[in-house]
Design a binder for this molecule. Structure first.
Ligand code: MN
Length: 230
């Protein structure tokens, strides 16, 4: 058996303290999973539940590489998020068994062309142009669940050029990690290699070429990358 062209190289992220890398499959993201961020975007978290969208694997940026500022936007925003990496998949996974799918946690940033997302919202169109582009999903080295535990509480922060822009705690998530996995598995087919960006606390805002972004969750490797012009 042969293919009509060489399949693309596997996209992967590093695993902390290991020479092994985590191969990335699909990337799921949770929208408005922190009440204070839902409110800053003009929504009432008591009236509307979180929801999902996706990014392609090629959006991943790892190993502290530079992030290219994307085309067709002058308002690219940072959203620091806890990333959940799965080594097992499945459908209709219960909340109780959900954590058995989790391999590791990491720090990620859901980069967003906010101007294109705002236009999509206004016209009731899909979000891809706002959420998908090369380097739209920076991710730090992953830490195995067996080493860091459940991580139900941990301070999550994002700084630009050393100045704090976002600060929260992962315990503020509306849907907790097991609930997110269970709901995703009812809607979609979860697979090994899937990563889940679990939502962002308040304080989102623009990044500019030349900025140094540092994102941190206590207990995990820091994510640090520079934004370069397109
Ligand atoms: Mn987000």
């Amino acid at each position: 058996m042969s293919y009509v062209f060489e399949p693309r190289d596997v996209i992967s992220v590093p695993v902390a303290g290991s020479t092994e890398r985590f191969p990335v499959n699909n990337i799921y993201c949770v929208g408005r999973n922190y009440a204070d961020h839902a409110i800053e975007m003009g929504f009432d978290p008591d009236r509307e539940a979180p929801f999902f969208f996706m990014k392609p694997a090629y959006a991943v940026l790892s190993d502290d590489a530079e992030m290219k500022y994307p085309a067709h936007s002058s308002d690219v925003h940072h959203e620091v998020e806890l990333v959940v990496a799965l080594h097992h998949g499945g459908t209709n996974i219960s909340v109780d068994e959900a954590m058995s799918l989790v391999y590791a946690y990491g720090v990620g940033v859901d980069m967003t062309r906010r101007d294109l997302q705002a236009e999509a919202k206004e016209k009731s169109r899909p979000w891809e142009a706002g959420k998908t582009f090369l380097h739209a999903a920076p991710c730090a080295a992953l830490h195995k669940l067996s080493e860091v535990g459940q991580l139900n509480e941990a301070v999550i922060t994002l700084r630009i050029n050393g100045e704090t822009r976002q600060a929260g705690d992962v315990n503020q998530m509306i849907w907790k990690v097991p609930e997110i996995i269970s709901r995703l598995s009812e809607l979609f087919v979860l697979q090994p290699g899937d990563m889940i960006y679990t939502g962002t606390p308040a304080g989102v805002g623009p990044v500019l070429p030349g900025d140094q972004i540092t994102a941190h969750i206590v207990g995990l490797s820091e994510l640090s990358f520079k934004v370069s012009s397109s």
